[in-house]
Design a protein around this ligand. Structure first.
Ligand code: ATP
Length: 212
């Protein structure tokens, strides 16, 4: 029985073979996987739905809704969603070069300003595109920027705290990652979503860390 379960967990709905772990977050584990027929490599974000409270479930719904909308060269593409009784699998475009947090850790002296500027511009393009669609990411941080080395680009991922906003109207859900939060979010105030994401929120620490 245990053998059967392991076999089932290693395959996602019979379509993908799961391989090594690429990363972990609070809510999910992200695995390298291969399509069984085409051999195409993807990243599969596996979310254990049994561990989610109603708030986390609502965020998960928004993550899928927003990721389906956003299609940009600097945003990780959501290819497919596989829903089972206990797990949700997000089949994602595979980043082949790790995330920006690992990159920062590897480069103790920082990157050159030239290289940092290039990555930063790509992140800003992604954020600006999302805001044009009235989607706000709300969890910008180095762990959520993934390298695509073969393509020579970085892409934004993890829309787990994303939401739609109406221009001119504030949001009030306090969410994101504590270390990167804007003051108004920490204080529990209402906030102008695009301004918080593009300004003192999380975008600036990324560039500070990159060049310092
Ligand atoms: P958090 O707790 O920060 O909300 P999470 O549970 O929502 O995280 P993700 O941030 O989506 O999970 O993914 C965790 C890690 O997996 C990322 O930091 C990154 O290292 C890796 N990862 C995510 N998506 C991809 C991808 N498409 N390609 C390669 N690696 C990825």
């Amino acid at each position: 029985m245990a053998g059967l379960k392991r076999h089932h967990d290693g395959k996602v709905a019979g379509l993908y073979d799961l391989d090594k772990t690429l990363g972990r977050g609070h809510f999910a584990v992200v695995k390298l996987a291969r399509h069984v027929f085409t051999g195409e490599k993807v990243a599969v974000k596996v979310i254990d739905k049994t561990k989610l409270d109603p708030v986390a479930r609502a965020h998960l719904f928004q993550e899928v809704r927003c990721m389906k909308m956003v299609q940009h060269p600097n945003v990780v593409r959501l290819y497919e969603v596989i829903d089972t009784a206990t797990k949700l699998y997000l089949i994602l475009e595979l980043g082949d070069g790790g995330d920006m947090y690992d990159c920062i850790m590897k480069h103790e002296g920082g990157l050159t300003e030239e290289v940092a500027k290039c990555y930063f511009a790509q992140i800003v393009h992604a954020i600006s595109y999302c805001h044009r669609l009235h989607v706000v990411h709300r969890d910008l941080k180095p762990e959520n920027v993934v390298f695509f080395e073969k393509l020579g680009v970085v892409k934004l991922t993890d829309f787990g705290f994303s939401n739609r906003f109406q221009p001119g109207k504030t949001l009030n859900t306090s969410c994101g990652s504590l270390a990167y939060s804007a003051p108004e979010i920490l204080l529990g105030d209402e906030y102008d979503a695009p301004a918080v994401a593009a300004g003192h929120g999380a975008c600036c620490p990324v560039v500070h860390i990159l060049v310092n």
